[in-house]
Design a protein around this ligand. Sequence first.
Ligand code: MG
Length: 251
Amino acid sequence: MKRMLGTFTILAVLATIGITAEQVWKVHDMDRPRPKVVTPGDWSTADKAGTAPSDAIALFDGKNLDEWAATDGSPTKWKLVNGTMESVEKAGYISTKKQFGSMQLHLEWQTPSVVKGDSQGRGNSGVFLMGKYEIQVLDSFNNDTYPDGQASAVYGQQPPLVNASRGPGQWQSYDIVFHRPTFKDGKVQRPATVTILHNGVLVHDHYTIMGSTFHGRPAEYEPHGDKGPLQFQDHGNPVHFRNVWVRELAD
Ligand code: MG
């Protein structure tokens, strides 16, 4: 009885000062480790390339294509133009040499200022996470197409919450928080999720991805490793990219 009372007293004291079994730190605990200091980057402007935050992996800073290759590992035929990388028709996708799983991704993109074509034929490219999951890049400013294929859609799956597109020739941004899927015994164990801001506007709020991207048929998961390349699509339209960086995230 005395021992029980002692335990009860200790639990009551812990509860009073705000400690539960799950909480290691007291409220406002000055002994709690400080978050690492990160110097933020900035967006590009007309006369200055943007910069990555100090703890990011800069994949394209406007100076060279050293971090990139064709999907078969050969040198890419995409071009370096005025501090941007430009897709080239029939050059195929461009792929990072490094591989990534869960990540925060920032990129800026620009469709042609001279409007040519319509629907999916106008400023089409795409961001392939892990080489599998496409976030659509398209000129969706006064350009109707199927909603799950407009700009910032998870292609073939989910339209954006809103159409936050800027006009042709203007620079636009994606900020993407992606958590990779996990697989067990050839089946998806935990599906991937994605949160996306298009030009600072929320367009996907922790959306659960249904599987790899296909054209014209439903998505389904194809088991793959813990990491994959980041790829941009060549869809035959000249689209520019700049200020691309990744911060790897814990799973
Ligand atoms: Mg595309």
